[in-house]
Design a protein around this ligand. Structure first.
Ligand SMILES: *Cc1c(COP(=O)(O)O)cnc(C)c1O
Length: 222
């Protein structure tokens, strides 16, 4: 059996101060989340609404759930009920839908914009050009009920560590550029990058939030 508490301790020991750990519990049962919770973990992430809906009610209310999967607009309302941070906003259309829904329900949505830097076409997100256009045009100023807290990205899935470093460096550079370009943009601080296989590289490039699944929960039994 996977020793979740021991794995968590190992991962935590490698994280510098100021780096937030998000435990990615997708494909793992609520019981696994409960074990991590008992070991002190409070931030978890799911990639599907159905999983979130199944697990969240079974678990303590002070868990901070993040959503990290591709999100369809028809699921935004429900995801907003559970997630305190949607990390995977990959189009302006989705962002607009989140903003409208949050405004209707009288709450503030917190989101990260997902940047596509990886080689794989299966990954989604704003291209660097789209992202810079969005901020250059100050399109965030029209949001009514959404706080853009930063950027999320995945590196190319490769053994080429130089490519992974380059992907993370690109995203960190985009964040710096946006901060300079948009001094009125408050609280655009978070850089969520790094998974089990590459989080130390991500931190070296400036990540202050890492999303770790396998190294904590083991391989999922799908
Ligand atoms: C699954 C997933 C992770 C965690 O990946 P591991 O390799 O299991 O640590 C992180 N981020 C996103 C967006 C994911 O979908």
């Amino acid at each position: 059996m996977t020793d979740i508490a021991a794995n968590l301790a190992k991962v935590r020991a490698t994280l510098p101060d100021g780096v937030a750990l998000v435990a990615v519990s997708k494909y793992h049962p609520a019981q696994a989340v409960a074990q991590a919770y008992a070991a002190g973990q409070r931030r978890f992430a799911e990639s599907r609404l159905q999983q979130l809906q199944q697990k969240a009610p079974l678990l303590p209310g002070d868990i901070e759930w993040h959503f990290i999967g591709h999100l369809q607009t028809n699921k935004v309302r429900k995801v907003l009920q559970y997630a305190s941070l949607i990390e995977s906003v990959d189009t302006t259309h989705l962002l607009q839908c989140i903003d409208d829904t949050a405004a209707q329900t009288g709450r503030t949505a917190r989101v990260l914009l997902q940047v596509h830097v990886a080689a794989e076409q299966t990954k989604t997100g704003f291209t660097p050009g789209q992202l810079l256009d969005f901020f250059a045009e100050k399109r965030y100023q029209t949001l009514k009920a959404t706080h853009i807290c930063g950027l999320m990205a995945m590196a190319t899935n490769t053994t080429d560590t130089a490519r992974i470093d380059a992907d993370f460096a690109t995203v960190a550079g985009l964040k710096r550029q946006i901060n300079l370009m948009c001094p009125d943009l408050r609280g655009f601080d978070t850089l969520s990058m790094g998974m089990s296989g590459d989080y130390l590289q991500a931190i070296a490039q400036g990540a202050d939030m890492v999303r770790i699944g396998t190294a904590i929960f083991g391989e999922p039994e799908i």
